[in-house]
Design a protein around this ligand. Structure first.
Ligand SMILES: Nc1ncnc2c1ncn2[C@@H]1O[C@H](COP(=O)(O)OP(=O)(O)OP(=O)(O)O)[C@@H](O)[C@H]1O
Ligand SMILES: [Mg+2]
Length: 726
């Protein structure tokens, strides 16, 4: 068949139609041209106007095509060995033809072949020659195949593989053919150009299932299965955020975690593999799409990011102002509901972490003491009373002391360090924390190591209460989650949040480097099975077997995780998974890196920027004016001290807030107000504090001037009035 035959119309009848039949029906009339032949069909429209068939290419509409066939295959192939061909970076058509073959014929052939090879070997042996190793190998293969075929474990097929490349110029076509041959060569395939059969080659690779070249090779079922090339999956949604680049085919991994059946994710990797980096990136990008972010940060890693996005950083520790009273009911209280019982249950879990394991007697003593502490503040199961000032840990301590029971005294002694001892003043205070931002970080690095699990539990409890109160799209990031997994109660609490978060539109991200410990607890396993997204970055060889069996990884995937670079790993989203490389823009990198060298460099850069700004500010006079004719204008006067300073991209400046105006009283109805335009946040560098002082001095000077002026005016007015009276 010729290519143009594909587009050919049926042969024309030699007899001319009669005039009367032309306008008639489609029905062919004997000896007349049917009407339908005169119509324009789809084929007429899509057929190329010309087609040139050369000995080593075909040219259609200015495009060159060349077909290659595969003549030699490797002896051994691995899984997905043809992916190199599919991911070959060029426009190409790949055709695979699979012909099932009758087993009996093959067995007859095989028997003959085996007999031939055995004869060859025995002749060599008789003549005292060295046996040809390749014949030996072939014989072994044939025997194995024969056994498999006889047992019905394998079936037999013929397999043909053809590739047509496409280019706009002949030079490009030559170059692409060479690249293709090299790519095929790298997977041990011997390819040949279908010289003088280009037309047949072209048709063979069209989706017509017409093998004109018929160059095939024997294959059994297992080998054939490995030729299936589409194992790299795409994870490119049309909405969501970018997580990184798909390492199989260079496509983008764009994904919306809120489109899954639950919104949770887990991240496992060894230290320094890029877990926090990836999650910070996700947080920053999700924030741009209106998702609120809450982070529990045991390493002060998220502070720079929180500042840069205008977030709220709540630090816990000695000398810090942020406090959470675990007894606080103010958030949980709902109109007409008794939340005291729930609170007492949560407190039990918390005290088990604080005080260590308790026997049932101790638990009941604690229960009574907690109720008493609430009662002492007038809080009872009656919801009306639950808005009153809650007790502190100290009040519970007093209640225990007052119980005069050995177990109570024992509990009180264990609690003492949180009230009087080394950990006093951290949780034994009124709640001062208030979440009012879209990006909130709870920093607990300044706490003593043994206090961190307690703090994480209290913070988690607080966050959970806030989350339940108001439905919003939120992500909660628990970095270094192994702190929580050490204690059964906090582990089960985290598991509870992960399980129930979906109902409150909350996605929990659990990050941990201690894979072994995490997965060996039943709670850890439940967290993994309740997380639709699972991210595995570089793994340690000691942990890889457990990871492999938990996530059903293939040997190749395990190898990938062992040799992965920073930010490289496997991204699981439901049923799909891809090899991923996390990439950030330069600006993003500055905000999320935890490399100390880069952090210091960024800090220096920021200070230099600030100094230049300060120099500029010094050289510019402030535009404060106090008019001479003060008396006439004083009733409407609004003087603003304005220092034009734009917030730098990376730094501590925040958007000017609408502040209450500081007023200087003159007379009734006459006032002068100052509106601070720049606000500078803690922590202050020398340069910043200098700037702040200068502004304060200027304000003070102007205020004095105006006060003096106003006094003078008041005096003059009084004198005038006196004169008028006189
Ligand atoms: N995708 C990436 N591209 C470039 N640098 C990266 C990438 N991922 C991580 N890094 C760098 O690697 C370092 C370690 O990253 P990160 O702090 O995220 O590690 P981690 O896995 O959270 O470690 P740890 O368990 O100790 O907290 C950082 O300095 C970061 O800048
Ligand atoms: Mg980290």
């Amino acid at each position: 068949m010729n290519i143009l035959d594909l587009f050919k119309k049926p042969a024309k009848s030699s007899v001319q139609p009669e005039a009367s039949q032309l306008g008639g029906q489609e029905k062919p009339v004997n000896g007349a041209k049917p009407f339908v032949e005169g119509l324009v069909s789809v084929k007429d429209i899509i057929a190329p106007s010309a087609l040139e068939v050369d000995f080593d290419h075909v040219r259609i509409d200015g495009k060159y095509y060349r077909t290659c066939f595969v003549a030699g295959y490797p002896r051994f192939v691995g899984l997905n060995w043809l992916s190199g061909l599919i991911n070959f970076d060029a426009s190409q058509r790949v055709a695979m033809y699979i012909y099932p073959t009758d087993g009996k014929e093959i067995l007859d052939d095989l028997r003959r072949k085996i007999a031939e090879m055995e004869a060859e070997i025995s002749t060599d042996v008789q003549r005292g020659k060295v046996v040809n190793p390749s014949t030996q190998a072939k014989l072994e293969d044939a025997l194995t195949l024969q056994a498999d075929l006889v047992r019905g474990e394998e079936r037999f097929f013929q397999f043909g593989l053809y590739v047509t490349v496409e280019a706009t110029t002949k030079d490009e076509l030559n170059r692409m053919t060479k690249n293709l041959e090299a790519a095929l060569g790298s997977i041990m395939l011997v390819s040949k150009k279908a010289t003088l059969q280009m037309e047949e080659g072209f048709i063979t690779t069209l989706p017509l299932c017409d093998d004109k070249l018929a160059i095939s090779r024997n294959m059994d079922t297992t080998s054939l299965a490995t030729t299936f090339p589409f194992v790299s999956s795409d994870l490119s949604d049309d909405k969501g955020i970018m997580y990184g680049i798909n390492e199989h085919n260079g496509s983008l991994v764009i994904f919306d975690r809120f489109s899954m059946q639950n919104y949770n994710s887990v991240v496992f990797a060894s230290a320094g593999a890029g877990k926090s980096y990836m999650i910070k990136l996700e947080a920053m990008r999700s924030l741009m799409f209106g998702t609120e972010i809450i982070v529990i940060d045991p390493e002060n890693e998220y502070e720079v990011l929180a500042e840069a996005v205008g977030g709220q950083y709540i630090a816990f520790g000695f000398g810090e102002n942020s406090k959470i009273n675990p007894f606080d009911l103010s958030l949980t209280v709902e109109e007409g509901e008794n939340t005291l019982n729930d609170k007492v249950l949560t407190l039990h879990k918390m005290f088990k972490i604080m005080l260590g394991a308790m026997d049932p007697m101790e638990e009941s003593v604690l229960d009574r003491a907690v109720m008493e502490a609430y009662k002492a503040k007038g809080i009872t199961p009656d919801p009306e009373t639950q808005t009153r000032e809650p007790p502190l840990v100290e009040d519970l301590y007093k209640a225990l002391i007052g119980m005069e029971n050995e177990r109570a005294q024992n509990l009180a002694a264990r609690m003492e360090k949180y009230i009087k001892g080394s950990f006093a003043g951290i949780f034994n205070q009124k709640t001062t924390v208030n979440l009012q931002n879209k990006f909130v970080v709870f920093g607990i690095r300044n706490l003593e190591e043994s206090l961190r699990p307690v703090a994480m539990h209290i913070v988690l409890d607080y966050i959970w209460t806030v989350v339940k109160k108001e439905l919003k799209k939120r992500i909660l990031i628990v970095d270094e989650a192994w702190y929580l997994m050490q204690f059964e109660d906090s582990a089960s609490f985290l598991r509870g949040i992960v399980k129930r978060g979906r109902k409150y539109y909350l996605g929990v991200t659990t990050i941990t480097q201690d894979v072994d410990d995490f997965l060996q607890t039943p709670y850890g396993k439940e967290i993994v099975t309740n997380s639709s997204i699972q991210i595995l970055l570089k793994q340690h060889s000691a942990a890889i077997d457990l990871i492999g069996s938990t996530f059903y990884l293939s040997e190749g995937e395990k190898q990938l995780l062992l040799t992965a670079d920073k930010g490289e790993g496997i991204f699981f989203a439901g049923q799909n998974h891809v090899a991923i490389k996390v990439i950030a823009s330069e600006e993003e990198h500055k905000l999320i890196t935890s490399n100390p060298e880069e952090v210091m460099k960024n800090k220096k850069e920021f200070e230099m920027k600030l100094e230049t700004k300060l120099q500029e500010t010094k050289s510019q006079p402030t535009n404060l004016q106090v008019p001479n004719n003060f008396q006439e204008t004083s009733s409407k006067l609004q003087t603003e001290v304005k220092v034009e300073t734009k917030p730098p991209a990376l730094g501590n400046f925040v958007e000017p807030k609408e502040e209450p105006k500081k007023e200087v009283k003159l007379e009734e109805g006459k006032s002068v107000s100052f509106k601070p335009v720049v606000e500078i946040e803690e922590p202050e560098s020398e340069v910043e504090s200098d700037l702040k002082k200068r502004i304060a001095i200027m304000e003070e000077e102007e205020r004095l001037k105006i006060t003096e002026h106003s006094k003078k005016i008041t005096k003059e007015n009084e004198e005038k009035e006196k004169e008028e009276k006189r």
